[in-house]
Design a protein around this ligand. Sequence first.
Ligand SMILES: [Mn+2]
Length: 396
Amino acid sequence: MKIIHTSDWHIGQLFNFHYDRQLEHQFFFDQLKKIIKEEKPDALIVSGDIYDKSTPANSSMRFFFDNLLKIVEVDKDMTIVITAGNHDSSSRLETDQGVWKLHNCHFVGSIERDNDQYLFDKHIIKVGDKGFIVAVPYLQNYYNDFYNLILKDVEKRNINNLPVILMGHTTIADSDFSSHEIVNINEIVSIGGVNSLNIKEIDDSMYDYFALGHIHTPQTLSNGKARYCGTPVQINFKEDFQHSITKVEILKRGEMPNISTVDIQPLKFFYTIPSKPYILDEALKILEMNLPEASGYVQLNILVDGPVPADTENRIRNILSKNEKLLYCDYKTTMLVSNKTEKILKPEFGLVEFKEKDPLEIALSHFQSTYNYEMDSAMIELMRTVINEVRNEYYR
Ligand SMILES: [Mn+2]
């Protein structure tokens, strides 16, 4: 049995809130069609996060369905299975499933129960006489028993001992989730609102390959048969790795899968310039001298010892205007001298004191702990004005 495994497409993403990614996704779909034509897989499986938002724009949905239809037309014998991720609306994704089934294309968005019994039928898709695909969408952590129960059910149906492919959209505890935006320690246990799953809780003799989505860094987990295929289209500056789709071949039930990747080329690149942080003037000079020729998103990498000057964005945009294929995103700052981490770990006042404190006092204290020197009088004056304006607005 041969499958193409992909996930986390995030169709409809507006990068930096306004850059439309549709042409880039089109470039990906064109490559995917070519890969399918060459590889002739038995199935294409997409493990969640089809859309970037649970309420995608009509234009995004149309774009997705137009492309899906083209993929169907490339190989009409191929089975397609698409599950919902945490970014998708589970019910919306299933809306037109009846029609899509006619094209051998299965959408699985949610799990259903009759009293205490899970209804497994819609999740278990038989691919000819080749094998089974067990389509599990994004689950809240309290459904973790679902994996083992459905695998037991598949075992009963699998009288010819065919390969079993399990799908999931979840965080596995020992995976590398460095590309995820983690703001605080609590999010490590619940990235994207999912409590992580311990892979050892699922009996891995019951599946031959576990096709995962949710974590965007491609990686095969320690048991050698559970894998995150990663994003085919880069969705932020942190995803600084080769993007690809995963090709899996399973010769026999119980044998280790043969896993390889096919690279996906980007239409636009993500440039962090300079590669290491430099002070602003130096960084701008380096950017000017090394202006990329290809099309892409740019962030300036700067070393700071205080607040970033207000004209920074304009200075960067000015340099970028020399190549209209370059899109300004932001600047990334690194503190020159910092004992910031130490300070963050011990808050200077609790919630009660915080509410009673004068906003200016909080600002002064925050400034001091961030930059390691005192706010100057001009900025204090500015801060006072802003605080007064907010107060006037609020109490009016
Ligand atoms: Mn995702």
